[in-house]
Write a protein that binds this ligand. Structure first.
Ligand SMILES: Cc1ncc(C[n+]2csc(CCOP(=O)(O)OP(=O)(O)O)c2C)c(N)n1
Length: 318
């Protein structure tokens, strides 16, 4: 990845961070933004790195921690913000809110809050690509908790059996709700589960956007060459609680502090500055650009109308 592309990666992580900081701020006032916000602070490198390795035709399937995935796949911040704020101009006309956004325009086909629910759906879109001889991959994002669900195991088995072009990206952020990894499985590395289905698996530093980019890019090539699916486990950490209403009393303070030292934004910034391809002033410029994008998105959302109650049952499937 050349210097310019690395700067774009840094900019994307800054955008994801600012976008979600704004949501957290707004959610402090239920008059402005009701409900719990589930954000990916600390995990931005996974979304940004994977997003940078994908082409527009590639599909992503996301979970409840979805804003970063959508932004990195190229979804419009204005339309995501409007959707989260329940406005008519949002991606799904304000009906999905934060937890079920889909942006088919950029092939972000599904966000589901059913833990593990997106994994078989990703196998379905990968099967469609293979069956229709189309040259795209599906990337499915899910957490360590989801890898304990039956759907994960059935989906990996099927994907491996049929050599489907799907990349399973597990964001192992150590927690699943209020449970630590060792409270929900004896398995220390989720990637070990790839072996059970004769699939290639790889562990990646999930706070290193370049490492994620390289792993997803290689997996994409493997998938498209017919070598079958890949499981990538990104070791990362959830800085906040499960959502904004979670006080995260179960997460040790020193653990949080240690992981904050591994901030993915800090990490890439330091590397670019060390190579002397980024100055502090350029960094501030990137940060201010992303700030403006988020402000504009908020203004767009706030100026947008609410959905018409008469449309409540349109576009709804069960
Ligand atoms: C099938 C199902 N079980 C339980 C829940 C409640 N729930 C929502 S998110 C979550 C934790 C998921 O943890 P993980 O998959 O590790 O993802 P993370 O939140 O860490 O990103 C749980 C248990 C749910 N939404 N769906």
């Amino acid at each position: 990845m050349d210097n310019n592309e690395q700067k774009k990666l840094l900019r994307m992580m800054l955008l994801i961070r600012r976008f979600e900081e704004k949501l957290v701020d707004l959610s402090r006032d239920p008059q402005k933004l009701g409900g719990m916000m589930i954000v990916c602070t600390g995990q931005e490198a996974v979304a940004a790195g994977a997003g940078a390795a994908l082409l527009p035709e590639d599909v992503i399937i996301s979970n409840h921690r979805s804003h970063g995935h959508l932004l990195a796949k190229g979804a419009e911040p204005d339309l995501i913000m409007a959707e989260i704020m329940g406005r008519r101009t949002g991606y799904n006309k304000g009906k999905s809110g934060t937890l079920h956004i889909a942006a088919p325009e950029v092939n972000a086909l599904c966000t589901t809050t059913v833990v593990g629910g997106g994994i078989p759906i990703a196998v379905g879109t990968a099967f469609a690509a293979q069956y229709q001889r189309e040259n795209y991959v599906t990337v499915c994002f899910f957490g360590n908790g989801a890898s304990d669900e039956g759907s994960f195991h059935e989906a990996l088995n099927m994907a491996s059996l049929w050599d489907l072009p799907v990349i399973f990206v597990c964001e192992n952020n150590i927690y699943s709700g209020a449970q630590r990894l060792e409270e929900h499985t004896r398995v220390k590395d989720i990637v070990d589960r790839a072996g059970a289905y004769a699939m290639r698996g790889e562990i990646v530093d999930g706070n290193d956007a370049l490492a994620v980019y390289e792993a997803v890019q290689k997996a994409r090539e493997d998938c498209l060459s017919g070598a079958g699916p890949v499981l990538i486990e990104c070791k990362t950490y959830r800085w906040g609680g499960h959502g904004t209403s979670d006080e995260q009393l179960y997460q040790p303070q020193d653990e949080i502090a240690r992981w904050k030292e591994q901030c993915p934004i800090k990490k890439l910034k330091a590397s670019l500055m060390q190579q002397e391809v980024l100055t502090e002033q350029e960094y501030r410029q990137l940060a201010s650009e992303t700030e403006q994008i988020v402000e504009r998105a908020l203004q767009f959302a706030e100026a947008s109308p609410w959905p018409d109650p008469a449309e409540a049952l349109e576009d709804v499937y069960a």
